[in-house]
Write a protein that binds this ligand. Structure first.
Ligand code: FAD
Length: 386
């Protein structure tokens, strides 16, 4: 098993070369305007990076989750935010493994070419965040189509995507023997749906993250857009969720490395009491500690990705990687902000922007407590608490 980051130097250099065309000032401007980095996402698409996981037979590069994680890590390490486009990577975990051959032939080549974007996944509801099995969005079959009604919240990139993966209940909770049964996944064509049974209301939020409330009112979805078998959607979704956790761990590693690069550079330059602040061990040690924790998190990310790519169980590793990396990047963010003194708060240093961006990942896509609950119950065999 190859876990050393050095294995991917060529890939890293290629992504960095693209990112160099989009300096800090670009992302700062997009953040201040609450805009979407269209030019950046177009460049990533054109270079083929967002089709990394699509098999070659459908026009992609046929790379694994491991390489995808390195791509997203590098974007964040260069000062960008993969949150604008990572959906296209993790949604592949679901579509590639459980989509029909027809769905793959219809959509994947057009996603690979950039004609279509599959950036959204709709799971969370106002009454069901951590407890996914309580979703109330219903899909009822009527002949050759389903009708979907309900509400979702925090659904990202809907305004910059053509397709969305939707989780809905097809059998009411009271009629299933296990809570995770009776849910199904659908591929929603947003171009046809918005304004015709689907309304989208943006949510202003702390990060410049395009995210929305969705209102479904008898939205008609062709039955052929059901992914896999009816009722097994939650099981299929786990492949996408594990991929998402491993990829977000990589993004946090990228953020953390960006913070460490910045604070190391600044600490060696900034003179206080006639010497660089980084000469003080009180400054060095927190930076060193954050670095150590990032390196450990990065290895767990590789472990999760390698297992995912080998189709081995990876729920524990993907969850642990996400927990370790989100905490390590947050520690690096705090250290970086702290040792920039007042300057850390100035927008032109980009630290406050990245600080906000990396904080999200202790809450979404799964909160730290829920990861600990998963490890306690599923890895350690402790009693179920909910
Ligand atoms: C910017 C942003 C983008 C998002 N994008 C998407 C998206 O694209 N698609 C999507 O489907 N969702 C998305 N989400 C939703 C995200 O996945 C949820 O916010 C997350 O799963 C937590 O759910 P919740 O907000 O309902 O929190 P809740 O489930 O209400 O939990 C609140 C807090 O209570 C704690 N808690 C709850 N139960 C327990 C327990 N039993 N033990 C200990 N602690 C507990 C949790 O850890 C959490 O800290 C996004 C969220 C944000 C903020």
């Amino acid at each position: 098993m190859q876990t050393s980051q050095d294995t991917y130097q060529e890939l890293r250099a290629a992504v960095r070369a693209l990112c160099a065309q989009f300096p800090d000032a670009y992302f700062r401007m997009i953040d201040q305007q609450r805009g979407y980095p269209e030019a950046f996402v177009a460049a990533l698409t054109e270079a083929g990076w967002l089709a990394a996981l699509i098999p070659e037979q459908y026009g992609g590069s046929g790379l694994g989750l491991t390489e995808a994680s390195v791509i997203l890590e590098e974007i964040n390490r260069c000062g960008g935010n993969s949150g604008v486009c990572h959906g296209q990577m993790y949604n592949m975990g679901t579509l590639l493994r459980h989509g029909s051959e027809r769905q793959k032939r219809d959509y994947l080549p057009r996603i690979a070419s950039g004609e279509l974007r599959l950036q959204s996944m709709a799971v969370t509801e106002p009454g069901a965040g951590s407890d996914t099995t309580r979703i109330q969005t219903r899909a009822v079959r009527h002949g050759d189509h389903y009708r979907v009604s309900g509400q979702k919240v925090w659904i990202s990139r809907v305004q910059h995507s053509d397709l969305m993966i939707l989780l809905a209940r097809t059998t009411p909770l009271e009629r299933v023997s296990r809570r995770s049964e009776g849910m199904s996944l659908f591929l929603i064509d947003l171009r046809a749906a918005v304004g015709h049974g689907l309304n989208v209301r943006p949510i202003a939020n702390m990060v410049n993250h395009e995210t929305n409330e969705l209102f479904f009112d008898e939205l008609e979805v062709p039955a052929e857009n059901l992914i896999g078998e009816e009722g097994l959607g939650f099981r299929y979704l786990l492949d996408g969720l594990n991929a998402e956790r491993a990829l977000i761990a990589a993004e946090c590693v990228g953020d953390g490395r960006w913070f460490i690069d910045r604070v190391v550079g600044y600490g060696c330059e900034r003179q206080v009491f006639g010497q660089p602040i980084a000469r003080n061990q009180g400054v060095q040690f927190p930076i060193a500690r954050a670095h150590v924790q990032l390196e450990a998190a990065s290895l767990m990310r590789f472990e999760a990705c390698v297992r995912f790519d080998a189709r081995q169980s990876c729920g524990a590793e993907a969850n642990m990687a996400k927990l370790l990396a989100s905490e390590a990047s947050w520690e690096a963010a705090n250290v970086c902000l702290q040792f920039h003194g007042g300057f850390g708060f100035a927008c032109e240093y980009d630290i406050e922007r990245k600080f906000r961006e990396t904080r999200l990942y202790q809450v979404a896509p799964i909160s730290t407590n829920l990861i600990l609950a998963y490890v306690a119950e599923h890895v350690l065999g402790l009693p179920r608490s909910f």
